[in-house]
Structures are given as C-alpha cells and as structure tokens.
Write a protein that binds this ligand. Structure first.
Ligand SMILES: *[C@@H]1O[C@H](CO)[C@@H](O)[C@H](O)[C@H]1NC(C)=O
Ligand SMILES: *[C@@H]1O[C@H](CO)[C@@H](O)[C@H](O)[C@H]1NC(C)=O
Ligand SMILES: *[C@@H]1O[C@H](CO)[C@@H](O)[C@H](O)[C@H]1NC(C)=O
Length: 286
C-alpha cells in the first residue's frame, strides 16, 4: 500500500515535471552559496543556516547575494514577507549583472497598508534597458507562509513562477532585435525602503512605527550554471544542464493554460498594454 502511494506520488511529481527538481534538492546552509552584502547586523541566520531573516528599520535595510555568478538556471527561493503594515517596504529577489549595460530579472514585492494585498512586480533588464514592469495580485497571503518564487533562464525563454505557476514569460526574440539577458548574474535578495514609489505610486509612505520589518528566506541550493568569467559561458547553454533541455524551451500546454489564467485574472499592470507610456507597443510585446 505504502509503495503504491509512493508510486502515485512520484508519478504526480514526474508529470508535474518542471519544478520538482529544484524543490526536491536537499536543504543546504546559506553560507555555502550566499553572503551578506548589505546591513551586516540586520541579517540573522537560524536553523543551522537553513533560514535567513532580513530586517529593515529607519537606519538601514539589508541584503544578501550569491558568492558565484551564473549564466542560465532555474533559480528558486522560498520567501515569507513582512507581516505588518508594510506600505513602502520592498522585498526583492532577483538576478543581476554589473555595469551600465546590465541584465536583471526581478521579483519585487510591494508592501501595502494593513488589510490591502501585496502586489508582485516583475521586471526585466537587458543591455541596461528595463522599463518592462508587470504587476500581479497574489492568490494567497504571502505574509502567512513561505512560498516558492522561481526564475527559469535559458537560451529560449525566461519564466517567472510563483510556486509552480508561470506568471511571466519572456521569449528570446533577439532575432528581431529585442534584448535578451546574457551576462553572468549574481542572485540577490534585499529588504529596503521604496516609499518614494512602491505603494500607491509613492503616495503611501513607510510607517516606521511598525519597524523593524522582517522578511524570511529559505532554499539556498542553486540550480544554475556557474561562471567565473563570461569567456566560458557558452557551456552554460549545453543541454547537459537539465534546465536547458527541450522541455524547458516553452511552456507545456497545461502551464500555458495556467499562465493565461493568471494574466486574465490576476494581472493588474502590463507595460505591453500601457499605451500612454508606449504609444507603439515594444517589439517584444507583439
Ligand atoms: C515542493 O513542491 C510541492 C508541490 O508543489 C509542495 O507541496 C511542497 O511543499 C514543496 N516542498 C518544498 C520543500 O518547498
Ligand atoms: C528611528 O527609530 C528609533 C526607534 O523607533 C527612534 O528612536 C529614532 O529617533 C528614529 N530615527 C530617525 C532618524 O527617525
Ligand atoms: C537567443 O537566441 C539566439 C537564436 O535565435 C541565440 O543565438 C542566442 O544565443 C540567444 N541568446 C541568449 C542570450 O541566450
């Protein structure tokens, strides 16, 4: 009986496919792959480094980053957001390269007044150019529990996932001149004061009465192709890395349906349809 249940479970995991791998790897310590990069005294690790808390008050925020840089991967983090009136507070999980022509893939959780839901903003920079914001409402309370946020990056597509649901897809359309991230990127997470823009377009300010704000992180293993310099990054597109295999070149039909559902039901802003900002839709939106 037990083995039948296990078998069915494995089948489910296998057919669900995509994200099972990242999620089934073992727990490793923060310090193995990450280091504190901002606000030393505001980063607290617990449970043998398997969990890390970032803190922000009126004198500092905090952040951490991966020790290595990566080209391609399926990056993941489990995050629990500040559980208070968090207007103005931004919790971010992202990949970024350095320099002016930088690439960047962002999850930005925009805090809100008590009782009002968080908004999740994503953005994509390629060759130093961003301005590709999308925002969604979440279908759960991200402060109540940990949820998994993931970024797939291979030569064919970039996909943002919330738990296992794709919420954003950015295809490689470099053949029609659209920028596509290619530079080695560091994984970072941070908690900072974004009250000049994050909530109600900056009209609702951070209420420091509720400080310190705290965000919790888990899941410090990394499924990505490490690079020391850009010279050997071509190997990072090899299909020997599972996230580069054909299965990850496009969404499966069921993922596609989930994605359409999210766009229809939860998307509150999409730069692609903002005709005030872009009278001509950007090329990648066509
Ligand atoms: C792994 O994914 C499954 C199904 O999506 C979920 O129920 C489970 O909580 C996840 N495990 C971890 C450790 O995140
Ligand atoms: C920061 O908060 C502390 C404690 O709430 C308070 O004593 C201090 O005056 C505040 N500092 C600033 C610059 O607002
Ligand atoms: C984008 O796709 C083209 C093929 O159309 C490929 O040559 C290129 O390497 C890809 N770019 C990146 C950064 O993966």
């Amino acid at each position: 009986m037990g083995s039948i249940i296990l078998f069915v479970f494995l089948l489910l995991v296998a057919s669900n496919g995509v994200l099972s791998k990242g999620n089934m790897t073992k727990e490793i310590s923060f310090h193995q792959n990450y280091k504190v990069i901002w606000g030393d005294n505001y980063v607290l690790s617990s449970n043998q480094g398997k969990e890390v808390q970032l803190k922000m008050d009126n004198s500092s925020g905090s952040g951490f980053g991966s020790k290595m840089t990566y080209v391609s991967g399926l990056f993941h983090m489990r995050i629990k957001l500040p559980n208070k009136n968090s207007a103005g507070v931004v919790t971010a999980y992202y990949l970024t390269s350095e320099g002016k022509m930088h690439d960047e893939l962002d999850f930005e959780f925009l805090g809100n007044r008590d009782g009002k839901p968080y908004r999740l903003q994503t953005n994509i920079f390629a060759d130093g150019q961003g301005n590709r914001e999308q925002r969604i409402k979440l279908w759960f309370d991200p402060r109540a529990d940990f949820h998994t946020y993931q970024i797939l990056w291979n030569q064919h597509q970039i996909v943002f996932y919330v738990d296992n649901t794709p919420i954003r897809v950015y295809k490689n359309k470099s053949n029609i001149g659209v920028g596509y991230p290619s530079r080695p990127m560091q994984i970072q997470a941070s908690l900072w004061d974004g009250d000049s823009w994050a909530t109600n377009g900056g009209k609702t300010k951070t209420n420091w009465k509720y400080a310190p704000f705290k965000a919790n992180f888990q899941g410090f293993d990394v499924s990505g192709c490490q690079v020391l310099s850009s010279s050997n990054s071509q190997n990072c597109f090899s299909e020997k890395h599972w996230w580069n295999s054909p299965k990850f070149w496009q969404l499966s039909p069921s993922q596609h349906r989930q994605y359409e559902h999210v766009k229809h039901k939860y998307m509150t802003y999409d730069y692609c349809t903002d005709r005030i900002r872009y009278p001509q839709p950007p090329l990648e939106c066509l």
